[in-house]
Design a protein around this ligand. Structure first.
Ligand SMILES: [Zn+2]
Length: 88
């Protein structure tokens, strides 16, 4: 199985960390942190907010390096969640 990239937060995730659809099946597009029971865990999240979170993770919490954060930030506009104009 190829590595999955969450189409919301941009992070790679394992099969065990897949989000869940409303019917309880697994969703290959989103990680469990972003998508549960067929809904985004944070409906109000914007692309800008997600960028800010990534920078915070790098600068304040040292969870990822700044390079990793910037790499993910560059990939965000291509992800399914951010690609199209938000419908809702
Ligand atoms: Zn995610």
């Amino acid at each position: 199985m190829k590595p999955l990239i969450c189409q919301s937060c941009g992070f790679p995730f394992s099969a065990e960390r897949r989000g869940t659809n409303r019917d309880g099946s697994k969703n290959n597009d989103y990680c469990l942190d972003c998508y549960k029971n067929g809904e985004y865990t944070d409906h109000h999240l914007t692309l800008h907010e997600q960028e800010r979170r990534l920078l915070e993770m790098a600068k304040e919490h040292n969870e990822i390096s700044l390079e990793e954060a910037q790499q993910i930030i560059r990939s965000l506009p291509d992800l399914k969640r951010w690609k199209m104009t938000n419908i809702f």
